[in-house]
Design a protein around this ligand. Structure first.
Ligand SMILES: NC(=O)C1=CN([C@@H]2O[C@H](COP(=O)(O)OP(=O)(O)OC[C@H]3O[C@@H](n4cnc5c(N)ncnc54)[C@H](OP(=O)(O)O)[C@@H]3O)[C@@H](O)[C@H]2O)[C@@H](O)CC1
Ligand SMILES: Nc1ncnc2c1ncn2[C@@H]1O[C@H](COP(=O)(O)OP(=O)(O)O)[C@@H](O)[C@H]1O
Ligand SMILES: [K+]
Length: 497
């Protein structure tokens, strides 16, 4: 399933119209499909306020109103702009309402707002059809901000159409304030703004509706990961042994951070890795051996380790970074690993050290994946975090293609950037996972999966998906507060089969 920017959505809409579906028909389909979703929660006592803006998002609201009224529900329709300012299709939808003698009020002054707030006291639902994907980045008039505040104070169900008003559909940031919806009915495809930055906090739960627009009519390579898209887990052949399932090398840990490697080992083993060897500095060897799973081999190394030292024909992938700290210089090791032939996963402080030798990525012939969060990525590419937040897709895609490295940019909806420009938005995970060590588990999982003859890009997509799914499993059963990195490891057995 594709994820689109508002501009891409507009092009898809135009293609649908050019292919023979009039735009008013698309609006009818959108409005009726949204009404069907809304009706599921309504009973005979429901009173629904629908706030309709000047553009086609408002037009969707008018169609929703007509559909609900025809089914006998009590609906209060409000226009937030003068009738003359409505888009062409909204004018048609308004006329269809008026032809049925359905009343609609315009919010013009303080008295109208007062009226709205009185009706809100007895309403059960507010539908936000004020602005959708056509919101442009210019100051929103104060009159709208007052409406947004009123809606946000409404303590019953708030349903946004396509995208909550005030939220930018491209980057998931608001222009001034915006409407916090409980639920957003997304038309046809997720917009990037639903998934980035504050988008998920504004949209609430999301429900996708299909109005028959062809997502393949544009050359867009942004996708929303579904489990069926993954090429892992694969069925195991009977005639196999542990070396067929990836011998993973983990270079991890430093004094004070001896647990990081253990979490990565467990991530690798519990995602099916056949054999894991963890290299740790001499000074933490004993604590790591004492706490590591019995299945893992623990070895020591010094800072001159090269990929030849750890190379063995049965080793399949190397993970470097969790808990290695910044005190020692790892640039030398990284350069050697990148010159080698085994796939490399670089995580955490490994990314800090990579910054010094970042150009070696361009020379490297071996597949590499890096797993930064936004702060680590900002340091690596030397761009302020605030600038990246305004264009995370652009920066992630540029780096992945220029340096030929798979980038896993971690967040609520982690993005996986392929070296060919492809982008996958992960669809699993929850804020309970914002807890120390959960990144170490993820890095171990990606390495563990890559070791099972899965290419690094596929391993990254699958690792991120099942890491999030395990976190969701735990949160569903026990809540988010007690979720730890170990909860993710322990939940993997329920979601990865
Ligand atoms: N065929 C289709 O296209 C389909 C589209 N569909 C629906 O249409 C929605 C997109 O509709 P849209 O393009 O008309 O934009 P929309 O979000 O209603 O806003 C535009 C209005 O807002 C105004 N405005 C903008 N920025 C502003 C600001 N900062 N501050 C103040 N005002 C601002 C702008 O005014 P202007 O800036 O032009 O003066 C204009 O009046 C989409 O989300 C989906 O719901 C579905 O029905 C399926 C088929
Ligand atoms: N708010 C959030 N919602 C969902 N997942 C999150 C959230 N915050 C962090 N995560 C996930 O948790 C992991 C944290 O990794 P990282 O930031 O490297 O932390 P650490 O180094 O403490 O392990 C990532 O996989 C990230 O996607
Ligand atoms: K809206």
């Amino acid at each position: 399933m594709k994820v689109v920017t508002p501009k891409e959505m507009a092009v898809m809409d135009r293609h649908a119209v050019a292919a023979g579906t009039p735009s008013i028909e698309l609006m009818e389909r959108a409005g009726h499909a949204c009404a069907e979703v809304i009706k599921v929660d309504l009973d005979e006592k429901a009173q629904i306020i629908i706030l309709c803006g000047p553009g086609n998002n408002g037009g969707d609201g008018l169609v929703i109103g007509r559909s609900l009224i025809e089914d006998g529900y009590t609906v209060h329709l409000f226009l937030t702009a003068d009738r003359e300012k409505l888009s062409e299709d909204s004018q048609i939808s308004l006329k269809r309402l008026e032809d049925k003698n359905i009343p609609i009020r315009t919010l013009q002054d303080d008295a109208d707002l007062e009226d709205l707030s009185l009706i809100m006291k007895r309403a059960t639902h507010v539908v936000d059809a004020i602005f959708g994907t056509g919101l442009v980045d210019k100051e929103i008039p104060a009159s709208y901000n007052r409406i947004f505040d009123l809606v946000n104070d409404f303590d019953r169900e708030k349903i946004a159409i396509d995208i909550p008003s005030g939220l930018r559909g491209d980057i998931g940031l608001t222009i001034g304030n915006g409407i916090f919806a409980d639920k957003t009915i997304v038309i046809q495809n997720y917009k990037t703004g639903c998934l980035l930055n504050d988008g998920p906090d504004y949209t609430g739960d999301t429900i996708l509706i299909d109005i028959g627009i062809d997502e393949n009519s544009i050359p867009n390579e942004k996708y929303y990961t579904q489990e069926s898209d993954l090429k892992f887990p694969q069925k195991r052949k009977k005639n196999t042994h542990k070396y067929d399932y990836g011998s993973v090398v983990v270079i991890a840990g430093s004094k004070g951070m001896s647990g990081a490697g253990i979490l990565s080992i467990e991530g690798a083993l519990k995602s099916g890795g056949g054999l894991v060897t963890c290299y740790v500095p001499q000074d933490i060897y004993i604590p790591v051996v004492a706490r590591a799973p019995a299945e893992a081999l623990i070895k020591t190394y010094d800072c001159n380790i090269t990929s030849d030292d750890i190379k063995h024909d049965r080793k399949k992938v190397i993970l470097i970074g969790p808990g290695i700290g910044r005190a020692k210089n790892y640039s030398f090791i990284l350069e050697h690993l990148l010159e080698g032939s085994l796939p490399v996963v670089i995580d955490a402080d490994g990314i800090h050290h990579l910054a010094v030798v970042v150009d070696s990525l361009k020379e490297s012939k071996t597949p590499v994946v890096i797993t930064p969060h936004f702060a680590e990525f900002s340091k690596l590419i030397d761009v302020p975090r605030e600038d990246i937040l305004k264009d995370p897709i652009g920066y992630g895609q540029k780096f992945a293609m220029e340096y030929q490295v798979v980038v896993v940019l971690k967040g609520y909806r982690t993005m996986i950037f392929g070296t060919n420009g492809e982008i996958w938005f992960n669809s699993t995970g929850n804020p309970g996972m914002a807890t120390g060590g959960s990144g170490d588990v993820l890095a171990g999982m990606i390495a563990g999966i890559a070791g099972q003859n899965v290419n690094l890009f596929e391993a990254a997509r699958a690792g991120v998906f099942y890491h999030g799914k395990a976190g969701d499993y735990y949160a569903e059963h026990f809540g988010q507060s007690t979720l730890t990195a170990h909860s993710i490891i322990e939940s993997l057995k329920y979601v990865l089969k």
